[in-house]
Write a protein that binds this ligand. Structure first.
Ligand SMILES: NC(=O)C1=CN([C@@H]2O[C@H](COP(=O)(O)OP(=O)(O)OC[C@H]3O[C@@H](n4cnc5c(N)ncnc54)[C@H](OP(=O)(O)O)[C@@H]3O)[C@@H](O)[C@H]2O)[C@H](O)CC1
Ligand SMILES: [K+]
Length: 490
């Protein structure tokens, strides 16, 4: 699913109004009705709901919600920012609300802020997709007032006020949401860890916007969800044999980091590779044979037959002393390559190695490793832009690991939607390397191996929560759930 920017979302509104022969007020009414359905189902009717409205269409939504809640006998209190300029639909809804018995509180200064009852709810309808500058003046004071109060829940309409949809809000004040009722589609800002403290649970409400419009739009960003993963999944040929599913070589592990190599190997096999050879330190050849008898072994300094492997994964737990082998691999590989962890760190520390990265290689840095490779950026949006730029420059795939891992390929960024904070344990990345190396060996092109690998890795972690908590989840648990993750694609 494509991620659209703020101006495309605005156009989407207009096209819907045209194609469905609606008025914009009717579309707003539809959006408000969806929000109210959610509120009725999820909020406690006994608590007061304080609704804060700006004077644009986000504020208009707030007023339309207020009108519907009033008709359902909710206890509400409505506040609007004072001002000259307002949208036509805001005015229409204000007029309708003024015709009821409800008193509307106009906010001219901080003295007008209502005294909030303990245990109340706040609906944030100050600014939505029309935000075009950081909050300042009275809206800024109001945001601070609400953030300091901590009501029972803050429900943001469309986006938390103050958050830019498609560029960085770094350092700005934003109203902290607990629940976000967003219209029709995810917004890019929801995938950015920098915004994490302001984002709560996100609910995408279908308000029936034109179904075709997103397909007509150019976008540098996509979301990889279950449908996306199903489309790239290649079911196994029932007549296949071990040769059909590829022979992978994993080069991993060093003193003190043996576990990384073992975890990568285990995940690689569980992801369906036909044959796996492990180039691991000699000390773990025997533990490997005992714990993972399906894997074969070779010695670290044994000559590699470059024609033999369908994919090579290098890096998990490798240590920084393996310069010769990474140089050897970068110079000679004929197979699709995945580079992780110390593999990346050695490349970052040596320009010659950097120049040897082969086309279609998959690099899987976490933010720190990315910074070592490509330099610091002022914020996360810039880091993502740099990842897109570097993936084009180097003709490779960059998997920028994080809460919503981003896969940068051919100048497009794919945000993954599976996974949970239980993955924030050392070893998660090693498991991911094994999974992607396995998919590469099975013939997936680099971009699809990276997207599907990240998706399956996250999904296995989500499925593991049926037995584990986000605290107790271990990367090695994922192996048990890869089977269920694959089954969900069939
Ligand atoms: N697309 C949909 O699915 C639907 C969206 N709806 C709702 O509409 C809003 C977007 O409404 P819009 O009127 O375009 O914008 P806002 O309400 O977010 O902002 C209104 C104006 O406020 C000014 N502005 C922007 N930033 C600031 C700021 N930091 N401080 C003060 N004022 C600010 C700006 O006007 P200027 O003239 O000052 O530039 C904005 O234009 C969307 O989010 C949904 O909630 C529909 O109701 C249904 C369909
Ligand atoms: K809002």
């Amino acid at each position: 699913m494509k991620l659209l920017n703020a101006s495309q979302i605005h156009q989407w509104d207009q096209i819907t109004i045209q194609n469905q022969q609606l008025t914009s007020l009717e579309l707003m009414e539809r959006a408000a009705k969806k929000c109210v359905d959610w509120i009725v189902e999820n909020l406690d009717k006994k608590s007061t709901i304080y609704i804060f409205c700006g004077r644009g269409n986000n504020g208009g939504d707030g007023l339309a919600i207020a009108k519907l809640l009033l008709s359902l006998d909710f206890n509400i209190q409505v506040n609007i920012l004072a001002g000259e300029k307002s949208s036509a639909d805001f005015e229409a809804n204000l007029k309708a609300l003024k015709s009821t018995s409800l008193e509307i509180n106009e906010l001219h200064s901080a003295n007008d802020f209502p005294k909030l009852e303990a245990n109340c709810y706040v609906v944030d309808a100050l600014f939505g997709s029309g935000i075009n500058k950081p909050l300042n003046g009275l809206p800024l004071e109001l945001a601070n007032y609400l953030n300091n109060f901590s009501p029972k829940k803050v429900i943001a309409i469309d986006v938390p006020s103050g958050m830019f949809l498609d560029h960085s809000s770094y350092g700005n004040t934003i109203i902290q949401a607990d629940e976000i009722l967003t219209f029709q589609t995810y917004k890019q800002c929801f995938f950015i860890a920098e915004n994490a403290q302001y984002l709560g649970n996100i609910h995408v409400l279908d308000i029936g916007l034109d179904a075709e419009f997103p397909y007509t739009q150019e976008s540098n960003f996509e979301i990889t969800d279950a449908n996306f993963a199903k489309n790239i999944y290649q079911p196994r040929n029932p007549f296949g044999h071990k040769g059909t599913f590829g022979h992978a070589l994993l080069i991993a592990g060093s003193q003190g980091k043996y576990g990384a190599a073992l975890m990568a190997a285990h995940a690689c096999l569980r992801t369906g590779v036909g044959l796996l050879t492990c180039n691991f330190p000699e000390e773990i050849a025997m533990p490997l044979a005992i714990t993972l008898p399906e894997a074969m072994s070779m010695k670290r300094n044994e000559t590699i037959d470059w024609d033999k492997y369908k994919s090579i994964g290098i890096g998990p737990g490798l240590g920084m002393e393996s310069f010769d082998i990474i140089k050897d691999v970068l110079t000679h590989t004929k197979s699709p390559l995945l580079i992780d962890a110390d593999g990346l760190n050695m490349i970052a520390a040596n320009d010659e190695l950097k120049s040897l990265i082969p086309q279609n290689a998959i690099l899987t840095p976490h933010p720190k490793e990315f910074e070592r490779l490509f330099g610091k950026t002022a914020n996360e949006f810039d880091r993502i832009d740099l990842a897109l730029q570097k993936s084009q420059e180097l003709h490779c795939v960059i998997v920028l690991k994080g809460h919503n891992t981003l896969i940068a390929a051919d100048g497009v960024g794919y945000f993954n939607t599976t996974g949970n904070v239980g993955l924030a344990t050392g070893g998660s990345g090693d498991t991911l390397s094994g999974i992607i190396t396995s998919l590469l060996a099975q013939g997936y092109i680099s971009k699809n191996a990276a997207i599907l690998g990240v998706y399956l890795h996250g999904l296995a972690a989500d499925l593991a929560l049926s037995k584990q908590s986000v605290e107790s989840l271990l990367p090695s648990d994922l192996n048990q759930y890869l089977g269920m993750a694959f089954k969900s694609l069939g």
